[in-house]
Design a protein around this ligand. Structure first.
Ligand code: PGA
Length: 253
């Protein structure tokens, strides 16, 4: 089973999101035993499309962020329960834009992940090194550190509760995707570390997605790699045609 996940970032109004899902509804549903399709819209668009019923039942929704608390006086925050009330099942935790632009700390991300898990949302924990860190030979140290702090004290019953996305920061939105050997190398390290941290079979069953400049032209080679369970896609997930192509590619692996 491969996953095709679209991270819309801060794009799409309610009208634009509705148009996207209407177009997706018009296409033949993919084989859901072959491909798991996820879209992470902004909160406003997600709530609206969930209520209007325009999302085809084979597309699952996720949020791009979540509060570290269940409820209370936290102006601007959105709780797991609110996200679930829109029918969403997943949430991104620690996307590099939140780590590096919003300055979210390892401790905050750990609290967000625990809060999401406790509510029954599936966290998609994003990890990845910057170019400076890679050049300094610190890729493994950085990724392991992000996994260690994010998953500290977390006990999972089965792998279905968590997904990890490897997104090298230097490949996000740059048009430069990681080379296949770099992806395999990082994914193997992540897999071994998850098994160490969480034990098996949990560690070996957590899907590991690749993200960073994925597009229809390079996706077949990436999603076909043995260590890759799918893609987390930004730019190419915004256009229905390109996203449909990515789904079709994953379905054929
Ligand atoms: P990109 O973004 O596909 O536009 O590089 C990926 C991501 O940030 O998740």
């Amino acid at each position: 089973m491969k996953t095709v996940a679209g991270n819309w970032k801060m794009y799409k109004t309610i009208e634009q999101a509705t148009e996207f899902f209407s177009q997706m509804s018009g296409m033949a549903a993919p084989r859901t035993d072959k491909v798991n399709v996820l879209i992470f819209p902004n909160y406003v668009a997600m709530g609206a499309v969930a209520v209007s019923g325009v999302v085809p039942d084979w597309i699952h929704l996720g949020a791009q962020d979540v509060a570290a608390e269940a409820e209370g006086a936290f102006t601007g925050e959105v709780s797991p329960q609110m996200i679930q009330s829109a029918g969403a099942t997943h949430v991104l935790i620690g996307h590099s834009e939140r780590r590096h632009i919003m300055g979210e700390s390892a401790d905050l991300l750990h609290r967000k992940l625990s809060n999401a898990l406790q509510a029954g949302l599936i966290p998609v924990l994003c990890v990845g090194e910057t170019l400076d860190e890679r050049d300094a030979g610190r890729m493994q140290e950085v990724i392991f550190g992000q996994l260690d702090t994010g998953l500290a004290g977390v006990a999972l019953q089965n792998g279905a509760q968590l997904t990890v996305a490897y997104e090298p920061v230097w490949a996000i939105g740059t048009g430069v995707n990681a080379a296949n050997e770099q992806i395999e190398d990082a994914h193997r390290l992540i897999r071994d570390h998850l098994s160490q941290l969480l034990g098996n079979p949990v560690g070996s069953s957590i899907p590991i997605l690749y993200g960073g400049s994925v597009k229809p032209a390079n996706f077949a080679a990436i999603v076909g790699l043995p260590s890759v369970d799918g893609g987390l896609i930004g730019g190419a997930s915004l256009k229905p045609d390109a996203f449909a192509e990515l789904i079709a590619i994953a379905e054929q692996v």
